[in-house]
Write a protein of this length. Sequence first.
Lengths: 1317, 261
Amino acid sequence: MAAVLELLLQEEVPVSAVVRWLRHGPGHRTAEENHIHDKLVSLSLLQKDFVPFLLNFLREQTSQILTNGPPTPAKTPNSKAHGSQRTGSERRAGHATSSRVQLFSQRTSVTTCTTDTSFSPDAASSGSSSFSGSNLSSPYGDFPSVVSSSSPSFGHSPVLHHGERRSSQKASLGSFLAATPEALPVRRGRRKGSGSAGASGRQVARDLGRSLAEEEDGKSDAGSWSGGRRKRNEVPLVSARSPPSQLNLNNLEEFPPMGAASGWTNKSKPSRRINPTPVSAERPLSKPKTCFTSTPVSRSPASSLEAFAAVQEGHLSSVMSNSLQEEREMLKKERCKLLHQASSPAGISFDPCTPTKPSYTRSASLPAESHLVTCANPAKVSCKKQLECLAQLYSSCIAENLVPNIFLELFFVLQLLTSKGTSTAEDGDSDPEISERNRDVSGRQHFESVHNCVYFAVQVLDYQYEVISHLEKGMLKLLAENERIASFSPTLHKRLRQAYESSTAKVSLLLPCSVQSVSFQPETDNRSNFPSDRAFHIFKKQRDIFYELLREWEDNNEKTGWDFERVLGNKIRAMMAHLSATCNHSHFARLFQKQLIQMCKGPVRGGASWGETPDQDVLNMLGSDNLSRLKRLQERFIVSQSIRGPCPPPSFPGCQQFFRDFILSAGSYQFNQHLMDSLCLKILELNGLTLVEHEHSDGEAEMEEQDEKKRFTVALLSLRLLAKFLGFLVFLPYRTAEQPTRDLQDSALALRNQTLPVLDILKLLRQSIRDQRSILTIPWIVEYLSLVDHVAPFLDYYRKVFSLLLQVYRLMVLSEDKEMSFLNKLLILAVLGWLFQVPSVPEELFFTADDRQERFVMDTVTSAQALDFVPLVDQQLLYTCCPYLGELRKLLASFVAGSGGKNGGFMRKITPTAAEALAPKASVTQRKLQADLEQAFFHNQPPSLRRTVEFVAERVGSNCVKHIKATLVAELVQRAEAMLQDKVKEEDVNNDKLLEEVCTHLYEEGAQALIKGREFCKKKGPEAVRVLLPEETSAAVLSSAENIAVELATERACGWLSANIAALIKREVKATFNRMLKVPGFPLPGEDALELRRDCPPGCQHCAPFPSQIINEIKDVLCVAVGPREEGEVVDCVWLECLLGRLSQTLRCRKFVCPTSEQQLAKCTVELASLLVSDRVPLSLGIKSPEKSPERLPVKNNPTYGLLKLLFSIWKEDFGTSVPVQLIFSKKNMGYLAEAKQREWDLFLFLLHGLIEHELMRTSEIQSCLHILEELPWPSDFVKDLKRLSRVFVSEHQMEEHRTNPCELTRQSLATMATQS
Amino acid sequence: MKLSKAQYDEIAQFLGHVQPTRQSLRKLKEKFPSQSQSTLLSIFSQEYQKQIKRTHAKHHTAEAIETYYQRYLNGVMKNAAAPVLLDLANEVDFAPSLMARIVLERFLQEKEQAIPSKTLINSMLRDPSQIPDGVLANQVYQCTVNDCCYGPLVDCIKHAIGHEHEVLLREMLLEKNLSFIAVEGHIIHWIESKASFGDESSHQAHLQDQFWSYWNRFGPGLVIYWYGFIEELDCHRERGILLKDCFPTDIVTLRHSMAQR
């Protein structure tokens, strides 16, 4: 490897030759054919390993600068590069594990260190995987947080998260790859000497890595490592994982403070865990620096002891920047102590060395530190030639997609651009060791100064201008304003300025939408979709429970100590048990899936909305100082979900967390299966998205494009979400916390190779490539694959998928193929790049091109309709899908703003513009020729025409059905009702048979529906088309459009009607019939007469008192009458009269009267009448008759007569329901009379006459009632009176009876009977 | 009428162990003249129901039933015209209507030698003239008429009130020709009319049984407690359940329909 580089740097071989050499795999053609440079031919076997080598080389070279400066270099490449190592140790040990852990939220806190061990070679030091460990420790379920932190990347996330602090942990295997053992002392020396507190932690890590390497060296050829890519098996992984004992622990120099050893043995050192518990000391002088999230900050001038203690607790103390000297002293002391302690096997954390701020710092940018930031000066650049060479080579690798993730590289470049070399770096106090190490050209330090780094970075940026110019506007602004770029390359500066000014790529920040429920969908959710009432009912319940759980989660999930499983687990399982009992899984799965899309396709919600880093505006408003404080505070409360690092592992942010946890807690096989089915179906449906062909002839084109873009965006985001969950479910059973052993893996492979995948993504992928729709398909397939378990990628099937994806990646060169939209490609590259960094995706994948892979050629024949060639992706979508791209901007921002949180600045929240579901697809035409003609017609018309026609057809068809239901069906039902009413009165009818009979009769008429439907469509279709199309549409076009619309609508409506009309009629008739049977008193022929009273009188103002009010008042009167009453309590006669008057009003205005209240009023008034005639109501005559005497009043003066008269009139005129006057003759009510001291027979007789007079009862009825009463056991005198009364009554009314037309009384008597029954 | 939690508590506390008679209601009105009668009655009724729910079981033990029945028999034997059942109910702090039901049930059981059906009992309570025993019929009627919290009459009144308010609401909506509206900045998909006072427990119950279910199916909505509610309960606005004590005035409609008019 180095040889190639050397050739290049010594200018023996031009860059172009190297690139050519790289692009062509060995063995395919002869060297000459490919014009491979002769000097490179012999090296062809190394070709595969060259890129990783180069990437590592750059990381290695720049490590010191970056270490000191803010950013940590992107290690990725390394990792990649050294895929080998990764493979082995890292993968097994750490990364993968960690991410997995996160995914599955295991509580174990973990292992962490191990991870680090893996690769990151040195500088990377910070961040990477290491922290993942810390996150891991976070409680179950906070996947997201993890995400953020852990950089999946191999290596390291440039952004520091917790990780940074722990930088020390990072033992990067990478480091040992490249580094020679001798280097160790050097660095260490430097660290001490330079006083740049910086590197220490990292250094350590590095050292660890190195020492590892050393160890390795002892056993194997170090060279093999440097190649980077070790094959999994060929490697010393084992050794890497071997217990520390194998290492030369005794050599403190080599193994400095490394508790790290423990790290890679996978034993997490508790001390390393960064405990979010805040040490919130005020730091009067220094601004919040380093705030690593929750990282405690120790009081800076604290005594060394204190600081140390803090360190040991896992809190990295951040140091006050302005007392650097002190710190250095302190650090030295600490370091000494530590070194001593380190010797103890206890494995004390070596973190302590790291505390220097600078080391984690990127956070930096604090004013206090600013004096450390070297002012980059183009004049001070050394070895320009070589740098240019490297920049060109490196850029070519990026441009040719030879690096696994171009954004990771860009991130690295930006780190270089923003590096803050310390003065030390420039002092040139390079350690002798370093020089020693730089024996050959490639080994020489080309990046020893900030100037060189910046120079290199600017060069690379220049090469990558096109990519950069496509990033979002905020990013461009920062670049355009970057002073270093301005001073190193005025031309680039100018271009960036222009790009910024012309950019419209604002990524907007939308308000998070609120959670909405999935609305009730009659076509899937109503009763007819369930086998039984019970199932239906249970589903409704479950629906409510589900939302209840959701609400509970929403309210509480951010509270500390709230545990999903503990709180909701049992509820969920109980619900699942119900599902199983009723086999409702499919319904619930559908609801679940819909709710998932509804809640999650939009912006990340939940804690994230707050947890996300604020926008620039917020930053300005609060100032970086307050902001960071705010952030820390916030982070203490909630697990931050913001995304960090350019390659976070897959996560379930915001609401997605709920759904994931729900699935986990439910643990239901059936549910999972149904959910997978449901997801697959929806994915296939969305993946089939078709866009209407574009033409730019008319002015609408732009609007249409917008619509298409929106549809595409919605489909893409939904697909990604669904695919992620599908992937989660599919690989769930195989998820293991750790990489299985080789044996286990082999047997798992043998087994699993026999099974078919749930969703044939390989087929879909191939199809999408063939049909040039990869822009839609690849992003979701990536989401799906990001959740693979450890074994899956090695399955034959997925191997093919990965290798195909890899080819796509390689071939999708940004600079070529102008036809495909640049941003489309960028999105695909970004997601694929991310996928290659996902922990469970084997690292060897990228650099080991599998020659057996299927070859495909990107089709050069492009069709304008193919999705890939439509500019569908914009920056908004790009950033929505790849929020981690925002890291680039954050990095720059932190450099400029100097406000570094642990995030290295603020982050931009990216939210997608979500839209609604796709428009329904056009109905399928039956006849091919017709269809073809139709297609031809539409082909020549603007797409809006087609959409209009389809829309009209759909609506008219649907309205037609509704219309038929409301008219024809309603009519038939009415007729059926009449028929049924007649027949049901016949004795002993079998209701079911009757129903069937009537329905059969109606079915024939139902056939009319089709005729009427056709008429309807014929009438309405053209009307609608005419209204919707432009007025200028030519007559011919219009009539064709109308005809098609009518045809489609008719087809739709009549198709439905012919299939369903009979069932519809039956259902409606049956419902009506059931209602009919339920109505009390049915059948009541007199109903019609009563109907007449159901409306208010004309001109009614509806201002009568409410029935409830009247009932209440009458009730009070009854209370007084029935007792017990207080002494002297009376009912004012006038008031009572008035009450009855109001009752009359109330009954006349029908508006507020309901049957229940009316019946109650009827009953109460009858009761009142009984009490009145029995003299049970203590009436006070008020002003009207002041002579209150206990004597019986003459008939005319007794107010009761007036009241009774009022009642008669009300009963007769005002009630719309039958009044149960016969209750007057009940034993209970007659009892009042019997008990009365002075029986008011006159009154009673008056009552009887009234009843007759007002046709409320017939004489004969009253007679029989009286007869019955006479039979009851009354006091003898009462019976006597009763008999006499009866005689009087009869004699008085016999005559009248004859005169009365019996028909007139029918209603009342029947009504009476009805009530009695 | 919105009541603060404190105001509500004051009323609820006063209600303590008041009997559900019109006399109590009158006292309540005197004590809190500024509150509307309906609100007071609604609160009274709800508070009383809570109390009954707490003590319901103890009145339904076999011993209790037997005791009540015997006391009733003894009472009417002494004086059939006295309000025996009503007094008994008040004495043991139980709703008169419910006491009537207990005794009636016991009476029928003895008479028929079987446990009477619920339908029968309900029917007799609704129309005591069906009760075979005249004295008991009077006693029962007295109980149901005098009970202002339980019993068929009260149920009917409640039903009527509910119905009336729904009509009222529909009327208001029609009047304004409203279909898609936002109230006070919140989108409303449904309106639930509650002709009662919204206290904590009833509101919780409604949330559970109705409102959240509506929300689940239709989205955010509005609840009108015509007789007021405890202000503090109006805490789900953001999530989509808005409380009001009257028909809202701050209504925003979809602009298209405005244009049409």
